[in-house]
Write a protein that binds this ligand. Structure first.
Ligand SMILES: [Zn+2]
Length: 311
């Protein structure tokens, strides 16, 4: 059985230099296109079908699911009404510390600080940085954005402990920018979307790259404490763990099983194939704010094929 699982984050008319949300108009067009191409069910329903291939074969169109990571409040304002308009189900995977604090995941806080700081230098311990990032000052806005576009990918490559140290120093240095508030859904709002039919799952406690955590006890905490919080506030133990930034390894998969999850979702721009992928390494196709033609190529898998030919 094959299925395409499409991953979204923010849908909002707000523009963002470093991480642009999908506009509601574009999201509407994408949903219309998805509906014409696929039979769309909850990801959890599709993944439960896996052993019984025959059920999927009865479908007239290929299977797909729509999922969201992080738990941004704009899901309620923009995504959910459009999903309802097209009568489409979806799932939302929340970062429980963000639900509790109201502060977005570190990835967003970092982008926001760099995008909005008026400072011309990031004052942190440069011995923690590689040669190409040791110059932490910028001459102008575009210079700063260029720095940010190298800085964040570096933080995703290093150990989680080191990443946290650099992140904390960065936020302390860029203290002219206030942490954005009121962007994340509360437990109350999460229960509202659950009543509206959205499946709720976990996206960990603090949004780390799980494969970069050295201490397995910490991985266990990220997976189990987030699940317990979701159970406590929504009444149901989550079926799904969505790995932040798609990062997982064999340890993470094993701990996810032990914790009681049924599915583990990664990010990899290809369709899920039950003969290739186990249920704890399910690939998801992330969709971005880009020209609609490019999004359609991504949805059909054509973009990946073109890239392969060009490689
Ligand atoms: Zn995320």
């Amino acid at each position: 059985m094959k299925a395409s699982i499409f991953l979204f984050h923010r849908v909002s008319p707000q523009r963002d230099k470093l991480w642009d949300p999908l506009s509601p108009e574009r999201f509407d067009e994408i949903l219309k296109y998805l509906k014409s191409k696929f039979e769309i069910y909850h990801a959890e329903k599709i993944l439960s079908l896996t052993p019984t291939l025959s059920k999927a074969e009865g479908a007239k169109k290929p299977l797909a699911a729509i999922v969201f990571d992080d738990g941004y409040k704009d899901y309620i304002e923009y995504s959910l009404p459009l999903l309802k308009k097209h009568n489409l189900p979806s799932s939302m995977y929340v970062v429980t510390s963000s639900v509790e604090s109201g502060s977005p995941p570190w990835t967003y806080v970092l982008d926001n600080a760099l995008a909005n700081t008026k400072k011309s230098k990031l004052d942190i311990d440069i011995s923690l940085l590689p040669a190409e990032l040791k110059n932490t000052s910028w001459k102008n806005g575009s210079d700063k954005i260029a720095f940010a576009k190298k800085f964040k990918p570096y933080l995703k490559k290093i150990s989680d402990a080191k990443r946290r140290t650099i992140f904390e120093q960065t936020i302390r240095s860029l203290n002219d920018v206030e942490a954005p508030q009121n962007l994340m859904m509360s437990w109350n709002e999460i229960n509202q979307i659950k009543v509206a039919g959205t499946v709720i799952g976990s996206h960990t406690v603090s949004h780390p790259l799980l494969s970069k955590i050295e201490n397995e006890k910490e991985i266990e905490n990220e997976l189990s404490l987030s699940a317990e919080k979701i159970k406590e506030h929504t009444g149901d133990f989550p079926l799904t763990i969505s790995y932040p930034i798609g990062s997982f390894d064999e340890r993470v998969k094993k701990i996810a099983v032990k914790t009681g999850y049924k599915f583990g979702l990664a990010v990899d721009q290809k369709e899920y194939e039950s003969v290739k992928h186990d249920l704890f390494e399910v690939p998801r196709i992330e969709l971005y704010n880009e020209p609609l033609l490019k999004t359609k190529l991504r949805i059909n898998g054509t973009l990946e094929k073109i890239k392969k030919v060009l490689r």
